[in-house]
Design a protein around this ligand. Sequence first.
Ligand code: 13P
Length: 216
Amino acid sequence: MPTTKDREKRQSIIDACLRMNASGINQGTSGNISLRHGDGMLITPTSTPYEVMKPEQIVYMHLDGNHDPGQRPSSEWRFHRDILKARPEVNAIVHAHPPYSTMLAIMGREIPPVHYMVAVAGGDTIRCAPYATFGTQELSEHAVRALEGRLACLLEHHGMIAIGSSLPKAMWLAVEVETLARQYHGCLQIGTPPLLSKEEIEKVRLRMAGYGHTEE
Ligand code: 13P
């Protein structure tokens, strides 16, 4: 029997999904969201429109992949599970197909340090993980590697992942990454954008410690 707190957590995932589509960083049911919960995670069900998603449809999955067989977790549960396993400091994962991030990902491009805000994802680039079929263990391994030391990555021919210690933080970062992708895309129309140095990004990263969404 889910507790009220459980229900609130499940509802916060649905609310974030609705915001994800309203803000334009996702379309339809292309995205998925998970939250660490006890020894496992709460994750969105597969291919379910967010407008009709009910808290009880959010799937509780143990980190070994076990879940109520009557429920249908997101097809991307492997990378959600593997990121939570690999990154104890991470509690929330947002995956979406934002238009500009996905355009860059289709071209297999990472986001270089065109703007100092690249540092919010933890380094001097936002890497693009190599392509693998959606929902596979191979894609999960590529994603975990691309996120090493980082809080966001692109997925080649696919989309983007943003992670954080809380759902508001991961959502905030997802919007920031899409903004950076849009800026980079715009610059590419004009020419080859000049880049900030690795040293400058590191300076910004240290200065920004604690910057970003603070709401837990
Ligand atoms: P789900 O509806 O299974 O979460 O899949 C959407 C998706 O993003 C696949 O990459």
